[in-house]
Design a protein around this ligand. Structure first.
Ligand code: N01
Length: 532
C-alpha cells in the first residue's frame, strides 16, 4: 500500500494547531492535524480542574486574525473559565470548518526526516504512517505533565489526580479528606474550590508563590464594546506590545519615585487585578534586585494581611526569590482559604514528604490521612511535549540529542538539522512570557509566509542555519542573564524537572521587538535559514 502524502502535518489542535490549519489551508495546502485529545482545545481540553481559568484578561486572550470573529465573541467574565475557553475553541473549529482535517485521539509518536525525498515520515499511535513536506508542532508549552516520582506513589489506595489531566466527569470531594501537592497557578486556582467541598484539605507546599487577586467579575461592557469597535487598531497594539496585552509601558525605575508614590502605584495595580500590573509599574523590576524588593515586599505585606494565623501567614509569604521570576499567580480567595477550619498548610520544606502510603502522605512530622491526592505539580515546560515524540532530523540526529544541553533554535521556530519542521512558540521565543495567543498568531503567520515564499520561489526546504542558530540562542541567554530570572528555580529555567538542563527557556526581548526582528528576517530574504 502506498503511503499517504500531505503537504503539512500539524501536531496539536489547541490555539496553535487550529490556527496553523486555517492559515495553511488558506494557502491551498493539504493539511492533516493530529490531536491526542478526544476534542479540539489543547491545554483547555485537558485542564479541567476546578477553578481553571485564564489569567490574561479574556478580552485579549483570543484570536485577533479575523475581525468578525473578534467582534462577535463576547466573554462572560473578565477571566474566562476553562469551559468557556473550550467552547470558544470549539466554536472556532466549527466556524472555520476545521474539524474535517483533524484526527482526534491520535498521538504522533515519531517524526523522521527522509533526506532522499526531503519529506517527513510521520508515525501515529493509531498505526498510521504518512509523509509530509512540512511539519508544524503546536504541542503547547505546558502540556507534558510533571508527575514527581515520590516514593510509595503507586501504593496510594484512593484516586490520584493531576490538574493537567483532570477527569471529564465531575469529581465530588464532599466528605473526603483531600491532599494537594503543589502551589503554582494550578494549585492556587484549585485549592479554594476544593476547600469548599472537602471535609478536610491538606496543602503540601514546597515553595510559596506570589499570588495576586484576580478581582474577577463580569467584563465592563462599555470597555469591551469600545475595544471591539476599534479591533484592527487594538490588534496592532497587542502585536507590538511587550507582553501581548494592552498596557502603558513603564518609563521610570522603582527607585526613581518616592516611597509613598510607589506604594500607591502598587496598591492601585493590586486593586486592578491583573497578572502583569504590578510587574509593569516600573521598568527595572525584573532587572534590579533593590527595585524588585519594593514590589516583593508590597505583595508579601498584602499576603500577611489576609491570613489570620501569623504562623500560617509566615509559611505562605514567599522569600528568597524576586517577585515575577517564578511565574506569579492570579487567584480568587486563595489566601483567605487558609482561614478555614478544614484547611491545613504543610510546609514540606520544614517537614519533607517521606513517602506516600496507602492511606495518605507521611512527612517527617507524621502521617496525613487522605482519601484523594491531587498533584498540582506542573509541567516539563516548553520542551517536554516536543521531546515526548521521537524526532529524527538529518543523519538520524534526534532532537533529544540535539538539545541534550538545552534547546537551541533559530528564533524559537526552527532547529538546525530539522528541515521544514516548525515549533510554534518554541523555546527561544517570547511564548511563556507573553499572551500565548498573540505569540501563536505571530509564529503561525510567519511560518505561513515562509512557506508561501518557498513556493513562490520554486523551493522546497527551509532549514535553520547552525551559526545563526548559535547566535540567536546566545542572544536569548544573554537577554535572560540581564535579568533576575536565572537566579530563581522555576520552570522558566527548567529547574522543576530533575536532570533538565538549566537554561532560560523563553525569550525576554518582548513581543513587539521580537516580531519586528522576525519581520526583518523575512523582509531580508530569510538570512539565518538555508532555503533550497
Ligand atoms: O505548575 P507550577 P502549575 N514535590 O510548575 C510543586 C500556567 N498555568 O501547573 O515551586 C513537591 O507552576 C512546585 O513546587 P516548587 C502558568 O504559566 C496558567 O501550577 O517547584 N512539590 C509548585 O508549587 C503556570 O506558571 C494558568 O518548589 C512539587 C507546583 O508543584 C504554569 O502553567 C493556570 C514537586 C507546580 O507549580 C504551570 O502552573 C494553571 C515535588 N516533587 C497553569 N514538584 C492560568 O491561570 C513540583 N512541585 C492561565
Amino acid at each position: 500500500m502506498s503511503t499517504r502524502h500531505v503537504d503539512a502535518v500539524v501536531v496539536g489542535a489547541g490555539f496553535a494547531g487550529l490556527y496553523a490549519l486555517h492559515k495553511l489551508r488558506q494557502q491551498g495546502l493539504d493539511v492533516q492535524v493530529f490531536e491526542a485529545g478526544s476534542d479540539v482545545g489543547g491545554t483547555w481540553f485537558w485542564n479541567r480542574y476546578p477553578g481553571a481559568r485564564c489569567d490574561i484578561q479574556s478580552v485579549f486572550y483570543n484570536y485577533t486574525f479575523d475581525d468578525d470573529l473578534a467582534r462577535e465573541w463576547v466573554w462572560s467574565e473578565k477571566y474566562a473559565s476553562q469551559p468557556e475557553i473550550l467552547r470558544y475553541l470549539q466554536h472556532v473549529a466549527d466556524r472555520f470548518d476545521l474539524r474535517r482535517d483533524i484526527a482526534l485521539e491520535t498521538r504522533v509518536t515519531e517524526l523522521r526526516f527522509d533526506e532522499d525525498n526531503s519529506r517527513w515520515s510521520v508515525r501515529t499511535d493509531a498505526g498510521e504512517t504518512l509523509e509530509a513536506t512540512y511539519v508544524v508542532l503546536g504541542v503547547g508549552l505546558l502540556s507534558s505533565a510533571n508527575m514527581p516520582d515520590i516514593p510509595g506513589r503507586d501504593d496510594f489506595a484512593g484516586p490520584i489526580l493531576h490538574t493537567g489531566h483532570w477527569p471529564h466527569e465531575p469529581v465530588d470531594f464532599t466528605g473526603k479528606r483531600v491532599g494537594i501537592i503543589g502551589t503554582g497557578s494550578s494549585g492556587i486556582q484549585t485549592i479554594p474550590i476544593v476547600a469548599e467541598q472537602a471535609e478536610h484539605l491538606t496543602v503540601f507546599q514546597r515553595t510559596p508563590n506570589f499570588s495576586l487577586p484576580a478581582h474577577n467579575s463580569a467584563p465592563d461592557a462599555e470597555e469591551v464594546a469600545a475595544l471591539r469597535a476599534r479591533h484592527p487598531e487594538v490588534r496592532e497594539q497587542l502585536r507590538n506590545s511587550s507582553y501581548g496585552i494592552l498596557h502603558d509601558p513603564p518609563t521610570q525605575g522603582a527607585l526613581d519615585v518616592s516611597d509613598e508614590e510607589r506604594v500607591a502605584t502598587y496598591a492601585s495595580r493590586w486593586d486592578d487585578g491583573t497578572l502583569t500590573g504590578i510587574l509593569q509599574s516600573y521598568n527595572d523590576l525584573v532587572r534590579n534586585q533593590a527595585s524588585n524588593d519594593t514590589a516583593s515586599e508590597f505583595v508579601r505585606s498584602k499576603i500577611a494581611e489576609m491570613v489570620d494565623d501569623p504562623e500560617v501567614a509566615e509559611d505562605l509569604v514567599p522569600r528568597g526569590y524576586a517577585f515575577g521570576t517564578k511565574r506569579p499567580c492570579l487567584d480568587t480567595g486563595y489566601y483567605a482559604t487558609y482561614n478555614r477550619d478544614n484547611v491545613e498548610l504543610v510546609s514540606i520544606r520544614r517537614t519533607p514528604i517521606e513517602r506516600i502510603t496507602p492511606s495518605g502522605v507521611r512527612t517527617s512530622a507524621g502521617e496525613h490521612p487522605l482519601d484523594v491526592l491531587i498533584f498540582a505539580t506542573g509541567y516539563d515546560a516548553m520542551t517536554g511535549s516536543l521531546l515526548a515524540m521521537e524526532i529524527f532530523g538529518r543523519d538520524g540526529l534526534s532532537l533529544r540529542e540535539a538539545w541534550a544541553d538545552g534547546p537551541s533554535s533559530m528564533l524559537g521556530i526552527a532547529v538546525a538539522g530539522f528541515p521544514n519542521l516548525f515549533t510554534i512558540t518554541g523555546p527561544g521565543s517570547p511564548s511563556a512570557l507573553s499572551n500565548a495567543v498573540i505569540s501563536i498568531e505571530q509564529h503561525v503567520e510567519w511560518v505561513s509566509d515562509l512557506l508561501a515564499h518557498l513556493r513562490s520561489e520554486g523551493l522546497q526546504v527551509a532549514e535553520a542555519d547552525e551559526v545563526a542558530q548559535k547566535e540567536w540562542t546566545a542572544h536569548v541567554q544573554a537577554a535572560g542573564n540581564a535579568t533576575l530570572y536565572p537566579q530563581t528555580d522555576s520552570w522558566y529555567m527548567g529547574a522543576n524537572i530533575p536532570g533538565k538542563p538549566r537554561v532560560f527557556l523563553p525569550y525576554i526581548g518582548g513581543v513587539g521587538a521580537y516580531r519586528a526582528h522576525c519581520d526583518r528576517v523575512a523582509d531580508d530574504g530569510y538570512p539565518g535559514f538555508a532555503l533550497s
